[in-house]
Design a protein around this ligand. Structure first.
Ligand code: THU
Length: 137
């Protein structure tokens, strides 16, 4: 582990990120906080669109923002959903997260007491990623 993961801090930031969600259609405000390998934490929230399919999840917002700020690798992600039980990231977000940290730690927190702790490789086994393109002849 390159960085100790301060899960309490990541959860705090994920909850705070959800406050910025733009979710007028689903009313489902999600926040994510990612820990980069340089120790920085970047937040994201879901940003919906009147053309519903263009909506962006909190996890992808966080990854894109982090990359725009110079992130090289993601060590961990914490996701907050306004639910009674923890919610794992959607399939599209799993793929986008994989690009920058196939072994990252994943935690989901919610309004209830339960926490889901897992890893991206558990959530997306057999992932297609940069290594596959590197194997091309
Ligand atoms: N959403 C996220 O932001 N992250 C997830 O992990 C699950 C779903 C968003 C997408 C949409 O804006 C709303 O939650 C309802 O699906």
């Amino acid at each position: 582990m390159k960085h100790a993961i301060d899960w309490d801090e990541l959860a705090r930031q994920a909850r705070a990120a959800a406050q910025q969600a733009y979710a007028p259609y689903s009313r489902f405000a999600v926040g994510a906080a990612i820990l980069c390998d340089d120790g920085t934490v970047v937040r994201g929230c879901n940003v919906e669109n009147a053309a519903y399919g263009l909506s962006n999840c909190a996890e992808r917002t966080a990854v894109f923002s982090a990359r725009a700020a110079g992130m090289r690798e993601v060590v961990a992600v914490c996701i907050y959903t306004p639910t009674a039980v923890p919610t794992p990231p959607c399939g599209s977000c799993r793929q986008v997260l994989n690009e920058f940290g196939p072994d990252m730690a994943v935690r989901a927190v919610c309004d209830g007491p339960d926490i889901m702790d897992t890893t991206l490789s558990q959530l997306l086994p057999g992932a297609f990623g940069p290594k596959n393109l590197a194997d091309a002849g």
